[in-house]
Design a protein around this ligand. Sequence first.
Ligand code: COA
Length: 335
Amino acid sequence: MIARIIGTGSCLPESIVTNDDLAGIMDTSDEWIASRTGIRKRHLAKDETTAFMASEAARKALENAGIEADKVDMIIVGTITGDYITPSTACQVQGRLGAVNAVAFDINAACSGFMYAFHTAYAYLQTGIYKTVLVLGAETLSKIMDWTDRSTCVLFGDGAGAAVVQAFEEGGQQASEKEMMGERNGLLAFEQGSDGARGMVLNCRGRLNHNPLTTNPFAPSYVSMDGQEVYKFAVSTVPVSIRRVLGKAGVEVGDIKFFILHQANLRIIQSVAKRLKADVDKFPVSLDHCGNISAASVPVLLDEMNRKGMLNRGDKIVMSGFGGGLTWASAVIEW
Ligand code: COA
């Protein structure tokens, strides 16, 4: 069985907020943010909801793949900022698209959310349970930021990205001309992990518990992060994860055309490139104009590259996500 990405899409909120705009409302500067992170601006939702952005990204991905919504068997959304606890964002996407034959659910793996969803999709495809899966990462992080904490709120943005993943039998009949696009090999290998013991270095509590029967009601909170610990986690874990997945796929660092990393910080990306002894030019960047959009960052960047024509048949690509949980996940795909 081959699991291929056959279409991508993304949606960013209309409103763009520059570092200078932020400097107008808090004690920060373009110089501090850009030099520490590489971020220059981000899209922040005004009226757009997580479900709206996810649905738009999904619609574009289906269009890009040439697939009708009723052909989708499953929708998985990686998100920590759904508009509702229930219904899930995936169910909302299903309803908005009219994907009547799809089963839909969300995954909470923070910035690894899209990669976890992609690997979960693969498990269903590989066992033959489903054939076509919509995989998304969608976030409205601006609503869980502490806007009085300049060390976190300047880092994040909002948006959604989607990919249509389809199963093909090796050497089997292709379903349509669009699907015949290649002798592409799809997902070659993946690996993922979690470290709950260190999870509190990046946390955000749920809503207020006002149950009168409890003696320990807790207040909700916004995102709180030990930036340096998260930084150390990322630069030590991601290169190991990528080396591991390359080993599983039987390919070398030099065989990889692009390393599409979760977009948290330019310095993290540069450090990973250095540790892998890979050319930093192979690490495309979107955080300069998107900031960190958590689960959405990998699929948004993938879609940008796809639409620019940067991805060619046969290219080997690494995708890697890491973040809250703590969680991480990497895959090698052949486009
Ligand atoms: N503007 C101006 N100054 C700021 C600031 C801002 N937005 N945020 C923090 N500062 C100040 C601090 O108050 C501190 O000042 P002090 O020395 O007077 O106390 C100084 O800058 C240094 O803060 P520090 O937190 O030590 O900076 P840092 O070099 O560790 O950089 C991060 C902070 C967040 C950029 C960095 O730790 C990081 O990128 N970590 C990884 C975070 C991440 O990627 N998270 C998501 C993972 S999915």
